[in-house]
Design a protein around this ligand. Structure first.
Ligand SMILES: Cc1cc2nc3c(=O)[nH]c(=O)nc-3n(C[C@H](O)[C@H](O)[C@H](O)COP(=O)(O)OP(=O)(O)OC[C@H]3O[C@@H](n4cnc5c(N)ncnc54)[C@H](O)[C@@H]3O)c2cc1C
Length: 589
């Protein structure tokens, strides 16, 4: 018996009894060796075209993302095609059926803040090979998951097409797969919504290794799909039955805030008015726990070109709710914010920030920052800076709207400024977009620790919510920064912590559920865009209750019966998982 190095392992396995019986033959010994004695790396390398590594440095490199967690993968796999991904999934499925503990965590650019892409088994990394834009039409792009957003946007703009308007603040470092799998949002989400709104079609590898293409189906198309004698057919039958059976509970659980990435979006699968069934909406935001995306078709928009920004400097947080209400009435395209800590850090690290820019822009920005330096020097730093950007068809229209918003704030205790062009607005955007990266890179010995990083409440609840949140944060005496999408009431609170200290790690476990409970009390979301991962999965019942979480578990069981797809994220994660995987060093010192 000759063993072809590309013969999938499951076929080798089928021939094993005969091989063992005839142990004198070299080939059969070979089969036994590869089936049971070889390393996971060797076994996987034999069944795919891409690369597999268990080198210590490589495993370390992929043991972290931007969360507070660390998990070292047993192997790192760089697939070259959907076929490779299918082979890896089939391997994991077969191994799980034999009782082995093998699972797969897909990873695009690894900028996840929740530990969603971390694993101690197989890390499946898409940015090395599966990083191509396949097609660009006027209003959609077809691309592989590993393409960096910055590269994708260059190509769509070069073709005169639009952009993916839900790009996150990590736009320079994240990739498409993660944007879809996290249902990311960003500075334009206030007007254009999150990624789910733009996902039209997904090619995925299901838990049995089969390929499926998910897109919006009419009810007639759904009936056909449900008749298929395949795992895909079963997925359609069972998920449809589950969503129908629990329709009322599911509808009641639908979050009412504008942004949510917590749980599985069961409420977005069936559109009863349009009579459609769309599994892309369940997949988007599912963090690789239901299947692995190998290609996506995502809609593009062309945002209005002319912009003007109203900047509001605020010292009394008490009047924030009223300011937000008045500014939103003028319908800004985006409405962002950052606090005094972020402001001071940005001024302190201006040279670093400027390094990202070309020489001309660098000089312009350096001059633009002079007033901010004076503010820091003379103690006039505002508690909060709010940036409302108005985008319209003409420069006059945009400026008019910004002026209108400014007028609406007359009589309130704020300073305001109009940035009439993109150049004038650039420094504010720079601070806002760089805020988390600044914290991560510059605070030696302290981690920028995302664990209450993404709560959302309705702006109407600000007057009660903000004092309660402040009280909680003060109770814990933490050093933290707040930046975020104020228009969507989505707060990024990032405490700065020394994770080598057990007391600080405990603080995370104490504070997180209190903040989530507060968000839930105001019918908000525990995560607007960063998703659940390791950090929030155990707390999903706080937001949804046990009944809905049981439905999440059923959905997971339908799509992933062997539990091989990014297990313990979204479903089954525990507080012990959080404790076990938390980073335990001081960061860069
Ligand atoms: C400085 C900074 C700012 C950020 N700002 C924002 C923001 O404004 N909005 C926002 O939404 N997020 C933000 N994030 C979080 C993160 O960058 C985004 O969610 C981003 O879209 C993740 O993309 P990624 O390619 O890095 O994904 P990864 O980190 O690689 O993965 C994210 C999740 O998707 C899964 N996944 C990856 N590829 C696939 C695939 N092919 N199939 C199935 N599942 C897959 C992973 O398993 C993981 O659970 C920020 C992060 C940083 C560091």
């Amino acid at each position: 018996m000759r063993i072809d190095s590309r013969v999938p392992y499951r076929y080798v396995k089928c021939t094993l009894p005969a091989a063992i019986h005839d142990a004198s033959s070299y080939a059969s010994a070979n089969a036994v060796y590869f089936a049971y004695m070889s390393s996971l790396r060797e076994r996987l390398a034999r069944i795919i075209q891409g690369d597999v590594s268990d080198d210590a440095d490589m495993r370390k490199k992929y043991s972290r993302d931007t969360s507070i967690f660390e998990r070292t993968p047993e192997v790192v796999v760089f697939p070259k095609s959907a076929d490779d991904v299918a082979s890896i999934v089939r391997y994991a499925r077969d191994a799980a059926l034999r009782g082995e503990k093998v699972s797969i965590a897909p990873r695009s650019a690894g900028t996840d803040m929740t530990g969603g892409d971390l694993t101690d088994s197989i890390s499946l990394v898409f940015t090395k090979y599966m990083n191509h834009v396949v097609d660009i039409s006027n209003d959609a792009v077809t691309a592989e998951p590993g393409v960096y957003y910055r590269d994708l946007e260059k190509q769509t703009l070069a073709k005169g097409a639009g952009i993916i308007a839900s790009y996150p603040a990590s736009r320079e470092i994240c990739a498409l797969g993660g944007m879809v799998a996290n249902n990311s949002g960003g500075e334009l989400t206030l007007r254009y919504g999150k990624t789910a709104r733009y996902v039209r079609e997904l090619d995925v590898i299901l838990a049995d290794g089969s390929k499926a293409t998910f897109k919006k189906l009419t009810f007639a198309e759904l009936s056909e799909k449900m008749q298929e004698e395949s795992f895909e057919g079963e997925v359609y039958r069972k998920s449809h039955a589950l969503i129908e059976e629990h329709a009322a509970d599911i509808e009641a659980a639908r979050p009412t805030v504008t942004k949510n990435s917590a749980g599985y979006a069961l409420w977005d699968v069936i559109d009863r008015q349009k009579q459609t069934f769309d599994l892309t909406q369940l997949f988007t935001g599912s963090q690789g726990t239901l299947g692995i995306i190998t290609r996506a078709i995502v809609g593009l928009v062309k945002p209005k070109k002319h912009k003007a920004m109203l900047v509001v400097f605020l010292t009394d947080i008490g009047i924030l709710p009223e300011i937000v209400r008045r500014v939103l009435e003028a319908s800004p395209e985006s409405f962002e914010s950052y606090d005094d800590q972020t402001f001071k850090l940005a001024v302190r690290f201006i040279p670093q920030i400027l390094r990202h820019f070309g020489i001309l822009q660098m000089i312009k920005l350096a001059f633009a920052f002079i007033p901010e330096m004076f503010m820091v020097l003379f103690g006039g730093v505002p508690k909060l800076v709010l940036m409302a950007e108005f985008a319209e068809d003409t420069a006059e229209e945009a400026l008019d709207k910004a002026r209108h918003a400014r007028t609406s704030l007359h009589g309130m205790a704020v300073r305001t400024k109009l940035a009439r062009s993109e150049t004038q607005a650039a420094k504010y955007w720079t601070i806002r977009r760089e805020s988390f990266a600044l914290l991560r890179k510059n605070l030696h010995g302290l981690y920028a620790a995302p664990f209450i990083d993404d709560i959302v409440v309705h702006p109407d609840n600000y007057p009660e919510f903000i004092p309660e949140l402040n009280a909680l944060l003060q109770e814990h005496h933490l050093l933290y920064t707040i930046a975020g999408h104020i228009g969507d009431a989505n707060f990024h609170i990032i405490p700065l912590m020394n994770l080598a200290v057990e007391k600080q790690r405990k603080e995370i476990l104490e504070l997180a559920p209190k903040v989530y409970a507060l968000a839930a009390k105001y019918k908000g979301s525990i995560t607007g865009e960063h998703n659940d991962g390791i950090i929030r999965t155990p707390y999903l019942p706080i937001m949804y209750g046990e009944k809905i979480c049981a439905l999440f578990a059923e959905i997971k069981g339908i799509f992933d019966p062997q539990g091989i797809l990014n297990p313990y994220k979204k479903v089954g994660g525990t507080i012990a998982d959080i404790e076990r995987s938390m980073i335990r060093d001081r960061g860069r010192v």
